[in-house]
Design a protein around this ligand. Structure first.
Ligand SMILES: Cc1cc2nc3c(=O)[nH]c(=O)nc-3n(C[C@H](O)[C@H](O)[C@H](O)COP(=O)(O)O)c2cc1C
Length: 163
């Protein structure tokens, strides 16, 4: 019977290249929340905070926002994403924060954006959908697919890492 390997196996969340070499430890996290005190200036302040911190932390992503919803995708090194999400959870500019997706990824969806701002033009969910709790009934794949639409339609001037 073969012996167990002497060194512990890396955490299963580590993205792997062919062979067994870790290539990066990237996590994608998506949450939804309800804006509190939504206004243009509030949103601009959030975007400024996000882009400054995310450029520092090697995080990229997108924030889909409308007066009734924030839907945010964060992607980057697992520790950095978890630390950002912990700060975001403590922020009183939104309420009812619900994690929808957290998964290891190999490639970023929003690699060129410290935080893409999407004014929810591409969001197919209506205000009634949101109010009726549709987000809790969508599958993780459907939620990820919504962000794939955002990434496909994105223009580089919206919060690019390289303005
Ligand atoms: C909707 C929303 C999205 C945010 N997105 C990010 C983000 O992507 N990255 C980030 O570092 N902070 C983000 N923030 C800001 C954090 O909540 C927090 O204010 C910021 O990270 C500074 O943290 P500190 O005040 O504990 O230093 C967001 C806040 C809100 C309300």
């Amino acid at each position: 019977m073969p012996h167990a390997p002497a060194t512990p196996r890396p955490a299963p969340t580590t993205a792997r290249a062919r062979g067994d070499t870790p290539i990066a430890d990237l996590t994608q996290l998506i949450y939804a929340s309800q804006p509190f005190g939504f206004s243009e200036s509030n949103l601009n302040a959030i975007l400024m905070d996000s882009r400054r911190m995310n450029a520092r932390d090697d995080i990229t992503g997108a924030l889909v926002c409308r007066h009734d919803i924030y839907l945010q995708l964060l992607e980057g090194p697992t520790d950095a994403v978890m630390a950002a999400y912990a700060r975001i959870n403590r922020d009183d500019r939104h309420l009812d924060i619900r994690q929808l997706v957290s998964r290891p990824i190999e490639t970023r969806m929003f690699g060129a954006w410290a935080m893409l701002h999407d004014p929810a033009d591409t969001l197919i969910l209506t205000q009634d959908d949101i109010a009726g709790g549709v987000l809790d009934r969508l599958s993780q794949a459907q939620i990820v697919a919504m962000f794939e639409t955002v990434a496909r339609d994105a223009a580089p001037e919206h919060g690019s890492l390289h303005p």
